[in-house]
Design a protein around this ligand. Structure first.
Ligand code: FE
Length: 381
C-alpha cells in the first residue's frame, strides 16, 4: 500500500523544502523529495497544498485530555485520550500517572494496556510521575501518597504495562542507586518535584541521569552559590530539559534563555496536560485534588499551585516559534526528535526514508489539518 503526500511545505530537523512530496509504503516513509514524485500504480494521494508537513509530535508527559485522566483507571478514558491527542498532532504518547496508591497505578496501567493502538496515537509505555518525589516540592501531586524510591514497585507495575520513564526526587533515600536501577531496566530516569542541591545532581549525573522533567517547575532554582537543578540543566550539555511552553509555567524570557543555552536538540516540549485540556474552563480535579481552570490556567483550588496544563503541543510549537524567533527546522526538534533521542527511539522524529510515517499536516497558523500514524490518516479536521 502506497500513499503520496504532495504539494506540502516540509519541515524536519535541519531540513526545509518549500514544495515537497513524501512517498509512504505501508507504515514507513520511503522517499522525500522537492517537487513531484511519480506515484506507483494504485497509490493513494493526499493533496497538502497550503499545508506544512512536520514529524508527528511526541508527548512524554500527559495526564489527560477531554475530561479523562489516565489515573481514572478507565479503559474507555485511556482510548479517548489516545484518540483526542491526534487533534493536536501527537502521534506518540507516554500516558503519565500521578502520585497515587500502587493499586491505583496498577489499575491505570491496566486501562492503558486495554487500548489496542489502532485508532489513536502510539502508546509504547507509560511515564510514572511520582510517587517517589520530595513531599516539600509536591506541587499539585498528592503528598498523602508520596513514598521512597522502590524498584520492586516499579517492577510490579512494569509487569502490567511497560514503564518507559520515571520522574522522581534524586535526593530521597536510595535515589542515586535508583537512577542506575532504572537504567538497567531500560527505563529513562528523570528528576523534578525535587529540592536536590547541585552536588546531588552531580552524583545522579554520574549514575546516568540525563533528563529533567518540567524543567524549572518544582525544582531547585539557580542560585549563585548552589546552581541547583535549574543551573545543572543549563550547564550540562548532555541533559535534556523538558519544557511546558504555555507561557505560564515558564516566562517567554526563560524559554528564550533555555533555547539559547541548550539548543532545540536538548529541549523537549511536553504538554503536562490534565483532563481539562480540550475542554472549557471550569472545575476539575487532579489526583483527587480540586482544580479550577480559568483562561486555560489550571490551579489547585487550595493554595493555587499550577496543576498541570491545558496546553496542546501544536500550540506549544507555535509559542516557541513566536518567542524564540529560531528557524522552524530547528524548533521541530523540540516537538519530536529530542524526545525520540532521550527515549532511544531511532525510528521517529524526522521525515526521512526509513522512518515511521508519523506525520502532522499544519496550516499556516499551526492548526492541525491531518495527523497520520504509520501512513494512516487517523485525524482529519
Ligand atoms: Fe509535575
Amino acid at each position: 500500500m502506497f500513499t503520496l503526500i504532495e504539494n506540502c511545505r516540509l519541515i524536519s530537523p535541519d531540513v526545509e523544502i518549500a514544495e515537497a512530496s513524501v512517498l509512504i509504503e505501508n507504515d514507513r516513509i520511503i522517499q522525500v523529495a522537492p517537487g513531484k514524485i511519480s506515484a506507483p500504480a494504485g497509490c493513494r494521494k493526499i493533496d497538502a497544498a497550503g499545508m506544512t508537513a512536520v514529524p508527528g509530535f511526541i508527548d512524554l508527559h500527559c495526564h489527560g485530555r477531554n475530561s479523562f485522566d489516565f489515573c481514572d483507571g478507565s479503559a474507555e478514558g485511556a482510548k479517548a485520550i489516545a484518540e483526542n491527542k491526534l487533534a493536536e498532532g501527537v502521534t506518540t504518547l507516554l500516558p503519565t500517572t500521578l502520585t497515587v496508591s500502587e493499586k491505583d497505578l496498577a489499575d491505570s496501567l491496566a486501562a492503558v494496556a486495554a487500548y489496542d493502538q489502532k485508532t489513536g496515537c502510539r502508546i509504547p509505555g507509560v511515564h510514572l510521575e511520582g510517587p517517589f518525589i520530595n513531599v516539600k516540592a509536591a506541587g499539585a501531586q498528592n503528598p498523602a501518597f508520596v513514598r521512597l524510591p522502590d524498584a520492586a514497585e516499579v517492577d510490579r507495575l512494569n509487569a502490567v504495562f511497560p514503564v518507559k520513564k520515571i520522574t522522581f526526587a534524586i535526593e530521597e533515600a536510595g535515589g542515586i542507586e535508583f537512577v542506575a536501577e532504572m537504567l538497567k531496566r531500560g527505563i529513562v530516569p528523570s528528576c523534578t518535584h525535587s529540592q536536590a542541591k547541585y552536588e546531588i545532581f552531580k552524583a545522579a549525573h554520574d549514575a546516568g541521569l540525563r533528563n529533567l522533567s518540567h524543567f524549572c517547575n518544582q525544582m531547585t532554582p539557580l542560585h549563585h552559590r548552589d546552581i541547583g537543578l535549574v543551573g545543572a540543566g543549563l550547564l550540562h550539555k548532555d541533559v535534556f530539559a523538558e519544557l511546558i511552553c504555555d507561557k505560564l509555567h515558564i516566562s517567554p524570557a526563560m524559554i528564550q534563555l533555555v533555547f539559547s543555552v541548550k539548543g532545540a536538540d536538548k529541549v523537549i516540549l511536553i504538554s503536562d496536560a490534565m483532563r481539562a485540556s480540550g475542554m472549557p474552563d471550569g472545575e476539575y480535579d487532579l489526583g483527587g485534588l480540586p482544580v479550577m481552570v480559568a483562561d486555560g490556567a489550571a490551579r489547585l483550588k487550595e493554595g493555587g499551585a499550577l496543576a498541570g496544563s491545558t496546553l496542546q503541543l501544536a500550540t506549544a510549537l507555535k509559542n516557541i516559534c513566536e518567542v524564540t524567533g529560531l528557524p522552524a527546522k530547528e524548533l521541530v526538534k523540540a516537538t519530536s526528535a529530542s524526545a525520540a533521542a532521550a527515549m532511544g527511539w531511532n525510528d521517529r522524529g524526522a521525515l526521512m526514508p526509513g522512518y515511521l510515517a508519523d506525520i502532522v499536516l499544519l496550516d499556516n497558523d499551526f492548526n492541525v489539518c491531518k495527523t497520520l500514524v504509520g501512513g494512516e490518516v487517523r485525524f482529519e479536521k
